[in-house]
Design a protein around this ligand. Structure first.
Ligand SMILES: Cc1cc2nc3c(=O)[nH]c(=O)nc-3n(C[C@H](O)[C@H](O)[C@H](O)COP(=O)(O)OP(=O)(O)OC[C@H]3O[C@@H](n4cnc5c(N)ncnc54)[C@H](O)[C@@H]3O)c2cc1C
Length: 302
């Protein structure tokens, strides 16, 4: 493998910012995790493709991320290159009822653009702190809505570095899963959503209501990755965890939130190992007490 410093320098350009030996605690909502050797922030789809190609040519391992709001990076950090999409073209195009943007666009910004253009359908996503790419990958959802309901087309980069369009109906979107979570070698570049004309005041009222509900119910004042576990069929993870007496349970700096047992929070600047140990402890206790197997929603890397 090429010397990583030389590799990083070769990628640096006006259309790609490079960070070297950087703590992932600065790039994830859990605020934990070791250093990434190199982080690249491409500014457009072309520079994203060039970065992917160059890493492949030089045998440098690649990890792709959006805003890091569903990631738990282990304390040993990430070898190779992390491609972070949040520096990508922030322009949002609106064409009648279609709204399109780069994968790195923040979902919240997209929701505000939909509101400003009197388009309804995306209100459920207001307050999910991820990018559009991360939301498509996860088929993010909340309050009865999910990306699947509004996604029309995705433009992605194939493992052969071609840019292709895929119709949402071909993307196997299901509960917190997609074609992309099944094929992480495909990289989401842009996405297009089909919304409907609506009343601006009603759209805003719904967004305000949902953000209010988040603030009431979720421990937003502490670092976390949102719901730590997927919803097991027929149950709610938070209710099972609470029922097992785990609210407030702590390992190192990680704690099961007192406010919402479905959230593990990094309350006291803990390590990724603290959080992983607590996830394992919660899983084991819930299994022993209720027979239900919890599966983490948060992606633990590497
Ligand atoms: C306070 C809080 C509340 C939350 N509430 C919700 C909620 O209500 N509903 C919900 O669904 N989630 C929620 N989440 C979780 C998280 O915000 C979502 O999963 C979000 O969609 C992740 O987006 P991201 O850009 O941060 O992705 P990241 O965490 O950076 O990455 C997630 C996964 O997507 C992949 N990925 C990201 N971008 C791309 C790309 N361009 N191409 C290919 N793969 C990519 C990554 O490799 C990784 O596997 C919450 C998180 C927090 C911290």
């Amino acid at each position: 493998m090429i010397d990583l410093y030389t590799f990083a320098k070769s990628l640096e350009s006006d259309s790609c910012e490079i960070l070297v030996d950087t703590p992932m605690s600065r790039h994830t909502s859990f605020k934990a995790g070791g250093n990434a050797d190199v982080i690249a922030l491409p500014k457009n789809v072309n520079s994203l493709t060039v970065t992917l190609k160059s890493a492949h040519k030089n045998n440098v391992p690649v990890t792709v991320m959006g805003n890091g709001s569903n990631l738990l990076v282990k304390d040993e950090g990430i070898r190779g290159i992390v491609i972070k999409t949040t520096g990508m073209d922030p322009e949002i195009e609106v064409d009648n009822e279609i709204i399109r943007c780069s994968a790195g666009t923040s979902l919240t910004k997209l929701c505000v653009a939909a509101l400003e253009n009197g388009l309804t359908g995306l209100e459920f996503a207001y307050g999910i702190p991820g990018t559009v790419g991360g939301a498509v990958f996860m088929n993010a959802g909340a309050y009865g809505g999910e990306i699947k309901d509004v996604l029309k087309t995705v433009q992605h980069i194939t493992p052969e570095f071609d840019t292709e369009s895929a119709d949402a109906s071909a993307l196997n979107l299901g509960y917190r899963k997609s074609f992309y979570s099944e094929h992480p070698e495909y990289i989401i570049a842009t996405a297009e959503f089909k919304l409907q004309k609506g009343d601006k005041a009603e759209i805003k009222a719904k967004m305000d209501d949902l953000i209010g509900r988040r603030k009431d119910k979720q421990p937003l004042e502490f670092p976390s990755a949102g719901s730590t576990f997927k919803r097991p069929e027929g149950y709610f993870a938070g209710a099972l965890i609470e029922q097992c007496g785990l609210k407030g349970c702590r390992i190192g700096g990680a704690e099961v939130s007192e406010k919402h047992a479905g959230f593990i929070i990094n309350r006291y600047s803990g390590t990724a190992s603290d959080i992983i140990e607590l996830i394992d402890h919660v899983k084991k206790t819930v299994k022993e007490n209720t027979g239900v197997t919890l599966e983490p929603e948060v992606k633990i890397i590497p």
